[in-house]
Design a protein around this ligand. Structure first.
Ligand code: CUA
Length: 332
């Protein structure tokens, strides 16, 4: 009996020390979502159980090794023990109730984490090798970073364009695979303003390790401001000049035509509009809308002096050409 009391006390001390050690090791990143609270509380119970079981196994083993070791001159066999029904019932029934308890805690916590807020904000997430795209259907904003207002539930409707990816923000504690061909939901209520990162946590090819995007949690006011800013930016790109610039960058025009005065394979566009251009045939022409339009439709019609007629014909529509000309006009 004396041994049981001593071991019992040692187990409690050992469990407390183990728990304190694990707790101070900082195993978890900062807690940044409402859902993280119940997950972290589960994790805390798990640490307690782990520490206790560790002590329950290690302390009696070490105690027995030290106290019950064979004394000098002892040559007989150890005492023969044949079963113990009461002990066996105890170590079956107690863990049974413990597992039932764990199942209850797990189910309860799952319910908390999955709780649906009917006012949740919807964000469409598209994962592809190897990037994230975020769309805000309420405002039409499309972004490569996920910006969220604090303390408001967001439901991510996630789709993959190619293989299985997985959405994981460690600070939110939740992780969800994204499987091609179906829409997967992920609900989270960010609870702490700050900068985080979404990482892909399903190996998805060569650049899997680099598949991450900023997740920025801000106040509702800052979020509204950002949405307005993004909308204004998108609207600005809807002007003819904006569309023209987008066409220019989509078609790689900058490979030959600089916009800063540098001479490349083709003439620079800086200061081109309205200037007088000397042609290969000896005459000269004013770079007006008619000239630029003609040169975009038929690059070889009027070749500028000093350049080769190497520009291919691009299949631009008349409207696209007008947009590109409008963009060139802005390059003073
Ligand atoms: Cu996407 Cu790994």
């Amino acid at each position: 009996m004396r041994h049981f009391v001593i071991v019992g006390i040692l187990v409690i001390i050992m469990a407390a020390l183990t728990y304190a050690g694990l707790n101070s090791a900082g195993l978890m990143p900062i807690e940044a979502s409402a859902q993280a609270v119940s997950i972290d509380s589960l994790w805390n119970y798990e640490l307690i159980a782990m520490s206790f079981l560790f002590a329950l196994i290690v302390v009696p083993i070490i105690y027995s090794l030290v106290i019950f070791r064979r004394k000098k001159g002892e040559t007989g066999d150890g005492e023969h023990i044949e079963g113990n029904t009461r002990l066996e019932i105890a170590w079956t029934v107690i863990p049974l109730f413990m597992v039932i308890g764990l199942a209850y805690m797990g189910a309860y916590s799952l319910g908390e984490v999955r709780r649906v807020d009917p006012n949740a904000m919807v964000v469409k997430v598209t994962a592809s090798q190897w990037q994230w795209k975020f769309e805000y259907p309420d405002s039409g904003v499309i972004s490569t970073e996920l910006r969220l207002p604090v303390n408001r539930q967001v439901v991510l409707k996630m789709e993959s364009l190619d293989v299985i990816h997985s959405f994981w923000v460690p600070e939110f504690r939740l992780k969800q695979d994204i499987v091609p061909g179906r829409v997967t939901e992920y609900r989270v209520t960010p609870s702490l303003v700050g900068n985080y990162k979404v990482r892909c946590s399903e190996i998805c090819g060569t650049s899997h390790a680099y598949m991450e995007s900023p997740v920025i949690v801000v106040s509702q006011a800052d979020f509204d401001g950002w949405i307005a800013e993004q909308q204004a930016f998108t609207a600005a790109n809807q002007t003819p000049e904006g569309k023209g610039q987008a066409l220019v960058s989509a078609n790689g025009c900058a490979a030959c035509h600089s916009v800063n005065g540098a001479v490349g394979v083709g003439p620079t566009w800086q200061g081109l509009f309205g200037s007088t251009v000397e042609l290969e045939v000896g005459s000269s022409v004013t770079a007006d809308e008619a000239y630029l339009t003609e040169s975009l439709k038929d690059p070889k019609a009027k070749v500028v002096k000093g350049f080769q007629p190497t520009m291919p014909i691009y299949p631009f529509t008349d409207e696209e050409i007008a947009n590109i000309v409008a963009y060139i006009k802005t390059l003073k």
